[in-house]
Design a protein around this ligand. Structure first.
Ligand code: IDP
Ligand code: MG
Length: 137
């Protein structure tokens, strides 16, 4: 069964949206396989967002993602990567459609509430960055 990596980012945790994000993913039919509340370190943030290292928004992204606790999770289900990204909405909450997490709760592009893997390969890489095999049920 396909797995994806989802993380409620520090703005989502600060705003009390953890339950809302989980509710929407579970309601769709994805199954929660792992979850924890952690402070992302600078080192972990750099590994997670290595693909964006050369982007102008990178320093802001790293400062944001390390600004408070996050909730990384693993979800499983049919086409889990695409399903989770569809529920999250477009990267820029201004463009995200109503009915999506970012469309309903966000307006800033950096502080966009939630992360979701963009491919099964990214999912595998990101799951192993945040979770040891024995933390996934
Ligand atoms: P994604 O989270 O929808 O996969 P990515 O392009 O992978 O989007 O970007 C990673 C994260 O970097 C975004 O979720 C957002 O927090 C931030 N970000 C992306 N593009 C911009 C931008 O143009 N300005 C500021 N922050 C951005
Ligand atoms: Mg991405």
């Amino acid at each position: 069964m396909a797995k994806t990596f989802v993380m409620v980012k520090p703005d989502g945790v600060r705003r009390g949206l953890v339950g809302e994000v989980i509710r929407r993913l579970e309601q769709k039919g994805l199954k929660l396989k792992a979850m924890k509340l952690i402070q992302v370190t600078g080192e972990l943030a750099a590994r997670h967002y290595a693909e964006h290292q050369s982007k102008p928004f990178y320093p802001e992204l790293i400062a944001f993602i390390t600004s408070g606790p996050s909730v990384p999770m693993v979800f499983e289900g049919r086409e889990a990567v695409v399903v989770a990204r569809t529920i999250m909405g477009a990267t820029d909450p201004v463009k995200a459609l109503p009915g999506t997490v970012r469309g309903d709760f966000g307006i800033e592009i950096t502080e966009n509430i939630v992360h979701g893997s963009d491919s099964p390969e990214s999912a595998e890489r990101e799951i192993s960055l945040y979770f040891a095999p024995n933390e996934i049920v």
